[in-house]
Design a protein around this ligand. Structure first.
Ligand code: ATP
Ligand code: MG
Length: 430
């Protein structure tokens, strides 16, 4: 029998096909019963009529439990009253396994319970929609870089280097030495950019985030471009072009899934380039005007980011942060030593920072001084300083957090739903 997926039913109207899936729902009305089957590509109604199937098939109605696995064979018919506009007139049902009583029901469950059952929760309609949108976001980001001449160069997970600050490092024993799980591929990206010009890496990054926020995971996925001969302004252009490309792709390809999530897409549809650009100092003025207590030199917290981004409909780019709160590798502004040529992109609707990036320090002596000032182990950074010894050039890059973007585009309130198996300070299972 022709093996088909629910998403492909429109192509096989009038044919007898087999679908493989799981029981989503069923209801009976005497001589006829209905089964809603899901197969990962969609949901479809199957109709079982007493006189059209053997008795053992008809009688299955009594036994079939939610999430039982089965193969159903039947005739594909157009049916305007069915959810997707098609239905399957059943001829045969093969049961693979009758599921035990399924822990997740239609009633409301608490978050802790759902997270404990994350391995099952992924099957539910909204979580499935998020998985699909996440996939599209990742594809869009990859396509953006691939179509713009970037070369994917993978960076290591085990490193001897600290990149984003020592407080969030995960340490692991490494044959008698200490290794760290990567916080960012950036330092390696800089080496790769000197080899291929425009590069990106995409992979998991690890930060021992001790604060419990709805925006932080301890393991998250980041896509990071790095570009030789690129200044801060050009870096901001790459960032806004990536973000708009990603949004347009999701709006185009994921309408059905955004609808399932009841996402109001009008705000996403109105996003245009260029994004507004404001300096950190201007952002602080906005905070003061909105009545926030904030001292120049502090780092923005999530609530500050929300106040700033609420002033704009587009994402907003904040640049030139105080040098004291930014990592050693960011280049100081030649016009003002107190600030770095860094930039963050803040998403609207309170989603906060989705991108952090900068122009990198390209002067060997200044870089060495910074590494010393930060009391970082020079031995581990010798290779990195080499990049300034052998053909140093102005260069820039940034990191975009995939989960922050999934959260924003899907309109979720917490980052834990944006990754299949979230890792946070309190959660290592499932
Ligand atoms: P934040 O201030 O929100 O902690 P950060 O300044 O530490 O962010 P960067 O080091 O600039 O972030 O990392 C680049 C991007 O990676 C961020 O803009 C964000 O999208 C994402 N990101 C950073 N930390 C996390 C995390 N713990 N969980 C999920 N995404 C993160
Ligand atoms: Mg952080």
């Amino acid at each position: 029998m022709k093996k088909t997926y629910i998403a492909d039913l429109p192509k096989v109207i009038g044919e007898v096909v087999t679908l493989n899936g799981w029981v989503y729902n069923k209801r009976s009305s005497g001589k006829i019963w209905f089964l809603i089957l899901r197969d990962g590509t969609g949901y479809t109604q199957c109709v079982v009529v007493k006189d059209m199937v053997p008795d053992d098939v008809f009688n299955l109605e009594a036994d079939l439990t939610h999430e039982s696995s089965l193969s159903v064979t039947g005739l594909v018919k157009e049916e305007p009253r069915a959810i997707e506009g098609y239905e399957l007139e059943i001829k045969h049902i093969e049961v693979h396994q009758l599921a035990d009583e399924y822990p997740i029901s239609k009633k409301e469950h608490g978050t802790a319970f759902l997270m404990d059952n994350r391995h099952l929760w992924l099957r539910s309609r909204k979580q499935h929609a998020i998985l699909k949108i996440r996939h599209e976001i990742i594809r869009a980001c990859r396509d953006f870089f691939d179509n713009n001449g970037f070369v994917l160069v993978d960076t290591p997970i085990f490193t001897a280097n600290v990149c984003e600050g020592t407080t969030t490092l995960f340490e692991t024993e490494y044959f008698g030495r200490t290794a760290y799980l990567t916080q960012s591929g950036q330092l390696y990206n800089e080496a790769a950019a000197m080899a291929v010009g425009k590069t990106y890496c995409f992979g998991p990054t690890f930060r021992a985030e001790k604060s419990k926020t709805r925006r932080h995971l301890t393991e998250f996925w980041m896509i990071e471009p790095e570009i030789a001969y690129c200044n801060l302004n050009e870096n901001m252009e790459w960032a806004e072009n990536l973000v708009t490309y990603m949004i347009n792709r999701v709006l185009e390809k994921c309408k059905e899934h955004l609808d399932i999530l009841e996402r109001d897409t009008s705000k996403l549809e109105n996003i245009t380039t260029p994004f507004p650009r404001i300096s950190y100092t201007e952002a602080v003025k906005i905070l003061h005007k909105q009545g926030e207590k904030f001292k120049w030199g502090e780092d923005f917290g999530g609530s500050h980011e929300t106040v700033i981004s609420d002033q704009f409909e587009n994402p907003v780019i904040v640049h030139r942060f105080p040098s004291s709160i930014k990592p050693f590798y960011m280049k100081r502004d030649p016009k003002d030593e107190n600030v770095v040529l860094g930039m963050d992109v803040l998403a609207p609707e309170g989603y906060g920072e989705i991108i952090g990036g900068s122009e990198r320090e390209d002067d060997k002596n200044i870089l060495i001084k910074r590494i010393e000032e930060e009391k970082l182990p020079m031995d581990a950074f010798n290779w990195y300083v080499d990049l300034r010894r052998y053909g140093s050039v102005p260069h820039s890059g940034f990191g975009l957090g995939i989960e922050r973007c999934v959260s924003w585009l899907c309109g979720r309130t917490h980052i834990r739903e944006t990754i299949p198996f979230p890792r946070t300070i309190y959660r290592l299972e499932p």
